[in-house]
Design a protein around this ligand. Structure first.
Ligand code: EPZ
Length: 415
């Protein structure tokens, strides 16, 4: 398996334009199946999760072709695809095809999406929401869903699941009558999907709140849409600069989506300034520990930044308690950071991190996307060489982290 080799100690300087958002564009690709004609996604990130999703929409009879950084999806023709296990194992976002294909074709058969390195990833909330709209399901290994006719209804999510909210919206736009989703996820990626669908003719209100109302049945049409900046990639690069040191201007960013990340970074001593050009980040001195942070649904501290903050806490001055409340298995990276000299132990769903004066380069292994990113953050500040196995994980969500960090002065290679 390819690995990343990083020689730590170089500070980062310069400007960097942040890529388009993985978790915003994947639902838009599913939504494009609802839109007869050619939808064009501008600034779409070239990452393996997008490639996997493009393969899936082709399986459903649509065309998906790249024109430089524009992904064009022609959904004039869509058939109720049978999504096999090898597809559903590649990217979690495939589960969004349930809502999209029920809406467009009235039926879908999909290998039950499995768990991954960070947790079991059940889909019970997705299935509950679709059943509320009239879908009939047969269980087993293959999920067979059909809905001769989708009917608007009340959906009360017992947890504000991002994916379940997105699936419910995708199906509700084609349901007859009004659907109200209560305790809806408020992540920006849900908001962007709603804005995308409204531009295509849907009638969704309450966008950005936990109560969404969808007036289904509006005729939908293909659109052009600019993919928003990836807030987690932005957060990862903020962490990289505050780990390695230096001063960087991140462009094509949306600071308001990152308040729960920037506030603790500033409290720890990081210099972060929103300018008209973008997000300026500068490290002046060793960070103070974060004291206590707990992951939570938006606008709380994002679980997708938890691993990167572990890497920062490992070198911060003091003790940090980081509690993971979203995914039950998102601390794999702790053992790898300990190989680099981090002082971390786990207790009751928390990582307790006692900051040390230095980390040492080591051979480490990534097991998930954000864990891989965290190892890069740590390696940039470590003394010596770090080799990170599992580059395929990082390529799922980061368009070209080697290109990005090299242009800022990092000594990083893929090999
Ligand atoms: C999305 O996953 C993101 N993925 C994740 O990013 C992100 O961590 C997560 O939202 C939370 O923000 C994409 O957008 C493709 P959830 P999703 O449904 O929709 C439980 C990354 O690194 N749950 O909000 O799967 C679930 O087990 C990825 O980019 C149920 O119990 O997240 C988890 O504990 C990782 N039943 C919690 O809810 C369900 O039916 C949050 O899951 C669905 C979810």
């Amino acid at each position: 398996m390819a690995s990343l080799t990083i020689i730590g100690g170089n500070q980062l300087y310069g400007k960097l334009r942040v890529q388009g958002s993985k978790n915003a564009v994947l639902p838009m690709m599913a939504a494009a199946l609802l839109l007869p004609g050619e939808t064009r996604l501008f600034g779409c990130p070239h990452i393996s999760d997008v490639e996997a999703m493009a393969e899936l929409v082709r399986t459903c009879g649509a065309k998906a072709v790249w024109q430089e950084s524009v992904l064009c999806i022609d959904a004039s023709m869509v058939v109720a695809g049978k999504i096999p296990a090898e597809c559903t194992e590649k990217t979690r976002a495939c589960v969004l095809l349930l809502g999209a294909l029920l809406a467009r074709c009235g039926q879908v058969t999909m290998a039950k999406p499995g768990g991954c390195a960070i947790g079991e990833r059940p889909v019970d909330l997705h299935l509950y929401a679709l059943k509320q709209l009239g879908a009939k399901m047969e269980g087993g290994e293959m999920l067979c869903c059909e809905a001769g006719h989708l009917t608007g209804n009340e959906i009360l999510l017992k947890f504000p699941s991002v994916g379940a909210t997105q699936n419910a919206v995708l199906a509700a736009v084609a349901a007859s009558g009004i659907t109200r989703i209560h305790n809806a996820a408020m992540e920006p990626e849900v908001e962007w999907l709603c804005r995308f669908l409204n531009k295509a003719g849907a009638r969704i209100s309450g966008i950005g709140t936990m109560h969404l109302e969808i007036e289904g049945g509006a005729p939908l049409h293909a659109i052009d849409f600019d993919v928003p900046s990836d807030r987690i990639v932005t957060g990862t690069y903020l962490a990289a600069v505050l780990s390695a040191g230096g001063e960087v201007l991140l462009q094509h960013v949306c600071p308001k989506e990152l308040r729960a990340v920037s506030e603790p970074l500033i409290a720890a001593g990081g210099i972060l300034r929103e300018t008209k050009e973008g997000f300026l980040v500068k490290k002046q001195k060793r960070l103070r520990a974060f004291d206590y942070l707990s992951t939570a649904p938006y606008p709380g501290f994002p679980t997708d930044m938890q691993s990167q903050f572990l890497a920062l806490a490992a070198l911060a001055d003091g003790t940090t308690v980081l509690e993971e409340k979203i995914f039950e298995a998102r601390f794999h990276i702790v053992e790898e950071l300990k190989k680099m000299g981090a002082d971390i132990f786990l207790e009751d769903g928390c990582a307790i991190v006692n900051g040390v004066g230095k980390l040492c380069g080591s051979d480490v292994t990534a097991l998930d996307l954000r864990g891989a990113a965290a190892l890069v953050v740590a390696a940039l500040a470590a003394e010596g060489t770090t080799s990170i196995e599992g580059v395929k994980y990082i390529q799922r969500g980061y368009e070209n982290i080697v290109r990005d960090l090299s242009q800022l002065g990092a000594d990083i290679q893929i090999g």
